[in-house]
Write a protein that binds this ligand. Sequence first.
Ligand SMILES: *Cc1c(COP(=O)(O)O)cnc(C)c1O
Length: 237
Amino acid sequence: MTEREVLQANVEQVRARMADAARAAGRDPGEVLLCAASKTRSAETVRLAATLPIDLFGENRVQELVEKQAANAYAPKPAHFIGHLQTNKVKQVVGCDLIQSVDSAHLLDKVAAEAARRELVQPILLEVNIGGEASKSGVDPADLWALLEAAAALPSVRVQGLMTIPPVEEQPGEARRWFAAMRRLFDEAADRWRGDDRVRMEVLSMGMSADFDQAIAEGATLVRVGTAIFGPRVYKI
Ligand SMILES: *Cc1c(COP(=O)(O)O)cnc(C)c1O
């Protein structure tokens, strides 16, 4: 099999799993977007994947995003930033289709300032640390409301929803309660901001290769899938 054929078979399997999960939850499979998490994958591999039925790419590292954009690897698919964003790298990321990982007032301010300087409106998601883990990025659920207020006051960003990476669980099935907790936050945010266009709760980004079925069962509208599409990652030391 060629690399493209392998990717195609993997994407078909992922799509089938997504559709099964959606139907089992009484949802329309068309309401869940497939984001291919392409960290460590070459521009060449990404270019092949861009010809397959994925909806968009998610990149973790600023350097990789910049390089693959320069190689025009994602086209015609959108590219989102999904990794931890350091404030000194904001300039390189603002202008991408969606920054999924805004998780502090400080980062929010930097993104808004750069977007304003470039005279654009930057779409963002707020990343939530749903498990409250000390080691993880993401805003504490209790602090989400203040961060939403802050974002709403900034005309150069537009909040489109929430993103999370839940705690790693030993047992399959245990991620589900975190996804359910995210869904409750998402619904509450949608209620609080209903009728106010400055914050729109449209995207709930959660679920990865091992658990996206459970995330879809709990209401994910976007799943971020790496390994199940591209195979195991090989990190160079
Ligand atoms: C790598 C990554 C994924 C995909 O993880 P897999 O387990 O390979 O599917 C999803 N989201 C983020 C933020 C990632 O960094």
